[in-house]
Design a protein around this ligand. Structure first.
Ligand code: ZN
Length: 713
């Protein structure tokens, strides 16, 4: 409960902070040390907005931890001897797995395809994990479950909002002096609508084990056993914040998101610094204009550098850890004090010494919520966190485990990213072994994030046609295919379980494509008269969402694919009359379809989907009128994603994040393997929950839109 309150306080603080203060915060200002000699550098701004604050403002952060107690379990004796095993391999691309089978490197996938079926799987538009997996969970299209992108906007304020969960205020707060204790209510609440398909199983006494499925945060307690997935924050931030310590004052991380940089001094081979934790929401927040981390909890640590041994001794909270340069540490448990005796919050992090001399460079992963101390929201039932930890040790609880931001901003290089990716995969396979060895009957759903995250980050290493292929480390050109081959071993573990009573489905939510060039949707809208910025802002090289002149803006983009009309009666300052919406949509679609990239001669936009032609359901009215489907090779830029405009409409994608799937849905289909031959000609992700319920003899619930893939439709 105390930790839930941190989230709420964070959110309240940032909402109260005027936007212009965020915008005017000087970038890269060196701040006074938080303790000792270390100097803290503000991890600055994207589009003039501090992303860390911004994300908190959107979604709240953190440790949605759980002192709130454990909900009653719904387990019990099973009423079935049937089983459905689902491996959710996020982003597994049908073309790549086909190629691996043809190369003879995926014998188990091949066997499964011969036993039953292998096909493409239709996905949602947008073809994004939170959207598509929400459709898998509920059997509803985005118009029903309401998760329509990673980020949506509050129609009244236009502010981007994290789509997966939101924080709610406590009903009762007890305040004494500058201490504020939540007494009742409040905390993170999942934003997905509709009933999860597994609850139809458990209400009939059929066990349902659901591990790491995206958008399941806080974890749903209608499953028998569940671990939260994509959307789970770290201790300090909804997306996760890494820490980086360097003694090199010339290292410049201007514009960096997703982490903090602290510049440290080396004195006689010793470095003193502070590891930053969550903002302390139990205390009245102080003015942080001089020190951005004045309200942040901290743990001091000391690093003793030993160049001869090529390692570092790290002393932190009574623990001594020996770090070999270039090797990740095991999980280190760290505890941040909120109030003496009353409240602490514990997390786990891994340390990586990148360099000892001439400069000291230390990377620390985002601090993951400890599933033993704070199981609420992260595992269900609560005892599960301790049970797993006893067997495999601490584990990544953050929804997107691998640190893609640190790689994008070159805090990690290819080899260091791969080192982390391998740890994530190894740990996930250990988690599989733990759960699989205990599973008996019912549903077993197990999710792997690596097939998505690593394809995003290692695509350009593999793809010779990527414009920045030559910058990527060639040693990892085969990484994605090797990863798929590892997945074949996982298939080999479950394949022997298939029998007349046991169905095996392997699916992905979308495929993958190259992302070599970025399309700045909002810049295009501005340059073509659909979006206007306030007087004076035209001169800025890059504007933020705060610069938009809503009284003159007809359309705007927020999120990866959403293109909204500034609709009267829905948007806070809408100008488009609802009866003109159809006409505007048609015109805008036509113009976007005709855009050509002068450099390549290609059309960056393959298809703009009309929301009303695709979706029905109670949430359709809130959705964007148009969903922009990009051509492989292109994607919306990450600045445009947050409502910014810049000087160029199309340019090179500079990031390690070089593969993507926010293209037109039909160009990035998912993958489906079934141990039983399917009858559906064009299976769709919406069909899978219906198929699973059907296997257990449960009729299709009225909310679901698909059909069983085994029945002819
Ligand atoms: Zn992805």
């Amino acid at each position: 409960m105390l930790l839930r309150f941190i989230l709420i306080r964070l959110r309240a603080r940032n909402i109260l902070r005027p936007a212009r203060v965020l915008v005017e915060t000087p970038e890269n200002e060196t701040k006074p040390g938080v303790r000792g000699d270390s100097r803290v550098k503000r991890d600055n701004n994207l589009s003039g907005v501090d992303r860390r604050d911004f994300i908190r403002m959107l979604s709240g952060s953190a440790a949605a931890a759980g002192m709130a107690g454990v909900s009653a379990g719904c387990a019990g004796g099973s009423t079935t001897d049937k089983r459905v095993i689902v491996l959710g391999l996020d982003g597994m691309d049908p073309t790549l797995i086909r190629a691996l089978i043809d190369m003879g490197r995926a014998p188990n996938f091949k066997k499964l395809a011969e036993m039953g079926s292998f096909s493409k799987l239709g996905t949602t538009m947008p073809a994004l994990s939170p959207v598509a997996w929400s459709s898998f969970i509920t059997g509803m299209s985005p118009g029903g479950h309401g998760i329509t992108d990673f980020v949506v906007r509050d129609p009244k304020t236009y502010m981007p909002v994290f789509s997966i969960f939101e924080n709610t205020e406590p009903d009762v707060v007890f305040s004494v002096g500058d201490v504020h204790l939540p007494i009742k209510g409040g905390g993170p609440v999942n934003r997905r609508h509709g009933t999860p398909f597994w609850s139809y199983l458990t209400e009939r006494g059929i066990p349902a084990w659901v591990s790491k499925i995206p958008t399941n945060y806080p974890v749903d307690d209608t499953a028998t056993v569940a671990i939260s997935g994509m959307g789970t924050p770290d201790l300090a931030d909804a997306y996760g914040l890494f820490s980086y310590f360097t003694s090199d004052p010339f290292e410049d991380y201007k514009g960096m998101e997703g982490g903090t940089v602290q510049y440290v001094d080396i004195n006689d081979d010793v470095v003193h610094a502070n590891l930053l934790g969550p903002v302390n929401g139990l205390k009245t927040l102080q003015d942080d204009s001089r020190d951005p981390y004045i309200n942040t909890t901290k743990i001091p640590f000391t690093a003793y550098l030993d160049a001869q041994a090529d390692g570092v001794r790290l002393d932190i909270q009574g623990q001594t850890i020996l770090l070999k340069r270039g090797q990740y540490s095991p999980w280190v448990s760290v505890e941040f004090e909120l109030l003496p005796i009353v409240g602490t919050v514990r997390g786990n992090a891994r340390f990586l010494v990148k360099e000892i001399g001439p400069h000291f460079k230390l990377y620390v992963t985002p601090i993951n919520i400890d599933p033993v101390q704070q199981p609420d929201g992260v595992v269900y039932p609560a005892e599960l966190g301790a049970e797993i930890a006893r067997d495999i040790g601490a584990f990544w609880t953050k929804g997107l485990p691998c640190d893609t931001k640190a790689f994008d901003y070159k805090v990690l290089n290819d080899e260091e990213y791969v080192g982390q990716a391998e740890l994530v995969l190894k740990e996930r396979m250990a988690l599989f072994d733990h759960l699989w060895s205990r599973f008996d009957t019912g549903l077993f759903y197990f999710y792997v994030s690596s097939t998505d995250q690593d394809a995003h980050m290692m695509w350009r290493n593999m793809d010779e046609t990527h414009p920045l292929h030559s910058e990527a480390d060639p040693r990892f050109a085969g990484y994605i295919m090797d990863l798929y081959a590892e997945m074949d071993k996982l298939v080999g573990k479950v394949l022997p379980a298939v029998d007349d009573n046991t169905l095996l489905l392997i699916c992905s939510d979308h495929g993958f494509a190259q992302f070599g060039r970025q399309f700045h949707l909002n810049t295009w809208l501005r340059d073509n008269g659909w979006l206007a910025v306030k007087p004076g802002a035209e001169k800025k090289p890059e504007t933020s969402i705060f610069d938009i002149d809503w009284s003159k803006t007809a359309a705007y983009g927020i999120g990866f694919n959403a293109l909204y009309l500034n609709l009267k009666g829905r948007e806070g300052e809408g100008i488009i009359e609802p009866d003109k919406a159809g006409e505007m949509t048609t015109k805008l679609k036509r113009e976007l379809h005709s855009v050509v990239d002068g450099e390549t001669g290609k059309k960056p936009i393959a298809k703009v989907y009309d929301r009303d032609e695709m979706y029905t359901g109670p949430k359709v009215g809130e959705m964007a009128e148009m969903l922009v489907g990009y051509t492989p090779g292109y994607r919306n830029s990450s600045t445009s994603f947050m409502g910014a405009t810049g000087s160029e409409i199309i340019n090179l994608n500079p990031w390690a994040w070089s593969g993507d799937h926010s293209m037109a849905k039909d160009l990035v289909p998912g993958t489906l393997f079934s141990s039983r031959r399917i009858n559906a000609k064009n299976p769709d992700i919406l069909d899978l929950p219906v198929t699973i319920l059907d296997w257990f003899g449960i009729e299709k619930p009225s909310q679901m839109e698909g059909s069983s893939i085994f029945r002819t439709s």
